[in-house]
Write a protein that binds this ligand. Structure first.
Ligand code: HEC
Ligand code: HEC
Length: 511
């Protein structure tokens, strides 16, 4: 069985269904078809500023030693909207596989299977049939009580986003968190869900959900401060701002976490290796196929769909957090507990590659036409080059000089120009490469947050000169407890007349 699966996957690569796959030739030559292979991982990550080294990866053998988790999951409905007999019918089906690669023949089959994986992939560690959790999702009043306070949302179909039902191998029905789809789907004003777009909803801040969150804690044996440092500490940065977390009491950390940071709920994320002090907004996966680097700081190259699959593996299953001589996690927290089938991740990546930015509902009218002329006359197109509205280059931040003597740096596509935006994320975190990528402007109309850390919630604010002042109150993410701050840099377009700005924004909203 295992042999035939490997054969199917290898043939998928060799017949060219996975196009531009860098390891395809190598895979065939070596007879291996593993996604997580040393040669593909070798040059994948961008070196970190100040370390001149890229993070290391869990080894191929350790990764494939982990047991495979291949379970189908199902939508969780609001209790008032759940079809009759729904849960009973799921239990009757028993544990079913998330993907059955043997049944997939054409490229279209793989993409369709990938869509199902994107919707259904869950977070195995969060699965529970604790009666209090089941009770929460069975009682409409309880669900609604927490939906009101925490922006936990429901689609027009009555589906509670962020959660999945899963029938486990012992046939018990469990609740779990959505994986990719939970952060990379957007609830649109008409109640539909736009797959791949940045999320705009959050988990409910309820005892049931907190119980599930507790199950997936990073390095659970450490105390709170130790965990914080394991997630965010940057020991190679002099004066690391995250060092203070290590010695904070639980109460101080709770207090820190509960502060308002200004961002709309569920739109930002202090991701492992990121930072609550320099957060990242949820990325838009639509159109990613045309972009050469992943993450705001270009932490990884995007050489083909296999890199999207690898990125998913890295962030959801296998980040060992080793940076040169620095090991951030205790040994027992570095083990990969389970892994998804390679085929599931490749199918999902092929689906993600098939997604274009959603067509804009804003008309390309006279005003937008004039905005397009302004866009060109102001030289915006030199960096945001059509048709994808990025030239795919990296911009070095202030305080960082790309090392001249480094082979990995020589392979990067670095812009001659700088934009002088806030350097924190790029220099003071474990995602800090020293660069921000030039973002694509396609899909601006639905993304809702602008700047690498989602500092503002409208293009009007992005092109407002007042944002350069220290007493500015950004409409988006400001930082925990921060009341006002400047949003410096990228001064392009700030000097336009009010009328020209309006025209420029009309144009940008059509992309
Ligand atoms: C808890 C939220 C969360 C989950 C779950 C999540 N992501 Fe992300 N993802 C993010 C955030 C935030 C970023 C932006 C990070 C940055 O810019 O540094 C991101 C970035 C990405 C990128 C880079 C896109 C780009 O153009 O820069 C890809 C690809 C991606 N995620 C794929 C996935 C896949 C596949 C999964 C599931 C296996 C997944 N993500 C799960 C939050 C999440
Ligand atoms: C020198 C290259 C360069 C030029 C010229 C340039 N930009 Fe940018 N643009 C960037 C970079 C880099 C960022 C990301 C900055 C960050 O987040 O730190 C960005 C971000 C943006 C954003 C926010 C997008 C997002 O996803 O958050 C918009 C909108 C934008 N630019 C529009 C324009 C317009 C309009 C012009 C011309 C008036 C222009 N840019 C000129 C490089 C450039």
């Amino acid at each position: 069985m295992l042999q035939s699966k490997i054969f199917t996957f290898a043939s998928l690569i060799s017949i060219g269904i996975i196009q531009n796959a860098p390891s395809a030739a190598a895979s065939r030559a070596g007879g291996a078809s593993r996604l997580w292979n040393a040669s593909a991982l070798k040059d994948w990550a961008t070196p970190l500023a100040g370390l001149k080294l890229a993070p290391s990866f869990v080894s191929e053998s350790d990764y494939y030693a982990a047991p495979v988790d291949n379970l189908r999951t199902y939508p969780v409905y609001h209790p008032d909207r759940e079809p009759r007999g729904y849960r009973e019918s799921l239990i009757k089906l028993g544990a079913l596989p998330l993907i059955e690669p043997d049944k997939l023949i054409s490229k279209a089959d793989w993409i369709a299977a990938g869509k199902r994986v994107f919707e259904a992939l869950d977070t195995p560690g969060s699965r529970t049939n604790d009666p209090s959790v089941i009770a929460h999702f069975t009682d409409a009043k309880t669900v609604d009580k927490y939906r009101d306070v925490s922006h936990d949302v429901m689609s027009a179909d009555g589906v509670l986003l962020d959660y999945r039902w899963v029938v486990d191998r012992d046939r018990s029905l469990k609740l779990s968190f959505s994986s990719c789809a939970g952060c990379h789907s957007r609830l649109m004003p008409d109640g539909s869900v736009l797959a791949g777009a940045p999320s705009n909803y959050d988990l409910s801040d309820s005892p049931a959900v907190n119980l599930m969150l507790k199950q997936i804690r990073v390095a659970p044996k450490l105390n709170k401060g130790g965990r914080f440092y394991a997630e965010f500490g940057v020991p190679w940065v002099a004066g690391d701002a995250h060092l203070k977390f290590k010695t904070m009491t639980d109460a101080e950390l709770d207090n820190f976490n509960s502060q308002d940071d200004g961002a709309p709920p569920g739109t930002m994320f202090a991701r492992f290796n990121g930072s609550p002090l320099f957060e990242t907004r949820m990325a838009d996966l639509r159109g990613v196929r045309d972009r050469k680097y992943l993450d705001a700081t270009a932490t990884h190259a995007n050489r083909g769909p296999e890199d999207i699959a690898r990125y998913g593996i890295l962030v959801e299953y296998a980040d060992e957090a080793v940076f040169g001589n620095y090991q951030m996690l205790p040994g027992d927290a570095m083990k990969v507990p389970v892994r998804p089938p390679d085929e599931a991740m490749v199918a999902m990546a092929m689906y993600i590659y098939s997604l274009d930015p959603a067509p804009s509902p804003h008309p390309f009218d006279e005003n937008a036409k004039r905005g397009k002329e302004i866009f060109e006359s102001k030289g915006c197109h030199k960096c945001h080059a059509p048709p994808i509205y990025t030239n795919n280059k990296l911009v070095a931040v202030d305080g960082f000089e790309p090392p001249a003597d480094d082979a990995a740096t020589a392979g990067l596509n670095i812009s001659e120009r700088r934009v002088h935006t806030d350097a924190g994320l790029a220099l003071q975190t474990r995602k800090g490469t020293g660069y921000y990528k030039i973002p694509s402007l396609r899909g601006l109309w639905y993304r809702g947050l602008y700047g690498h850390s989602g500092f503002v919630t409208s293009l009007e604010d992005w092109f407002d000169r007042r944002r350069l002042q220290n007493d500015y109150v950004p409409s988006g993410w400001r930082g925990p407890g921060v009341k006002s701050r400047a949003v410096p840099g990228h001064e392009f377009g700030l000097d336009l007349s009010a009328e020209d700005k309006k025209a420029l924004i009309s144009f940008l909203m059509t992309l």
